[in-house]
Ligand binder design. Structure first.
Ligand code: SF4
Length: 241
């Protein structure tokens, strides 16, 4: 099966109210009615984070918004520091100037995602619109993707989960990471972390639309990708670092 197979797209374009469909040998999807547009590669979702304008408290607010939206962060841990972490505040240091900058770091939604390359079950996948996801039903918890991710953006669920969000079910024994709030994006909304910032310090939009705010801003300012040397063409871009 093509690793970029768009399962959500498949689900969305199904006309069945509820059904079970075989998509490949041994793999079935339970489908639910959805009236949304199919996901296509005419869009590529991205985020631009201006570290000069984003304050440390605002980064904390972004992390809190993600926790609240997806229900992670209150788990009890017995396994060292391996806590769920979909987005975190990190400091980066310019080797030349020694300037330190704080920024939010999450899945960078690479065009060439190493996590997808190494996943033995196709649980790691990239949608046509560039959003990188984990299908928890296919994830066997091998954690190869965690080792492959240069951004340390994935975490493993060690514990039983309670009070899960209906829109983003999680699974013990599986790997998870930022979904770019795909459930909101598909409804035409902004990701929760972006909406939590009351300024243009964080912009979300379609990188393929030359008239989108993110594309216009990217043309105006200098920006970079973290570990640009890896040529992963990340969907998340930063300025000010
Ligand atoms: S932990 Fe899950 S998503 Fe990651 S490589 Fe293994 S099967 Fe794939």
């Amino acid at each position: 099966m093509d690793k970029t197979l768009n399962r959500r797209d498949f689900i969305k374009t199904s006309t069945a109210a509820v059904g079970v469909t075989t998509v490949a040998s041994g793999i079935t999807l339970t489908t639910f009615a959805a009236n949304k547009d199919p996901v296509t590669n005419t869009k590529r979702w991205g985020m631009l984070i201006d570290t000069n304008r984003l304050s440390e408290p605002e980064i904390d607010v972004m992390v809190s918004a993600c926790k609240k939206e997806h229900g992670w962060g209150s788990e009890k841990h017995s396994v060292g520091d391996q806590k769920p972490s979909w987005i975190k505040k990190v400091k980066v240091k310019d080797r030349l100037t020694q300037k330190e900058t704080s920024l939010p770091l999450m899945c960078q939604h690479c065009e060439q995602p190493p996590c997808v390359d190494v996943c033995p079950t196709n649980a790691s996948m990239k949608r046509e619109d560039g959003i990188v996801l984990v299908d928890r039903h296919l994830c066997i918890g091998c954690r190869y993707c965690m080792m492959a991710c240069p951004y340390d953006a994935r975490s493993f669920v060690h514990e039983d989960l309670t009070n899960q969000k209906a829109h983003m079910p999680r699974g013990k024994g599986t790997v998870e990471s930022c979904t770019l709030c795909v459930h909101k994006v598909d409804d035409g909304e902004q990701p929760a972390c972006v909406a939590s910032v009351n300024s243009d310090a964080v912009i979300f939009g379609d990188l393929k639309d030359s008239n989108s705010k993110i594309s216009k801003t990217l043309r105006k300012i200098q920006s970079t990708q973290i570990r640009a040397d890896l040529n992963l063409n990340t969907g998340v871009r930063y300025s000010g670092i």
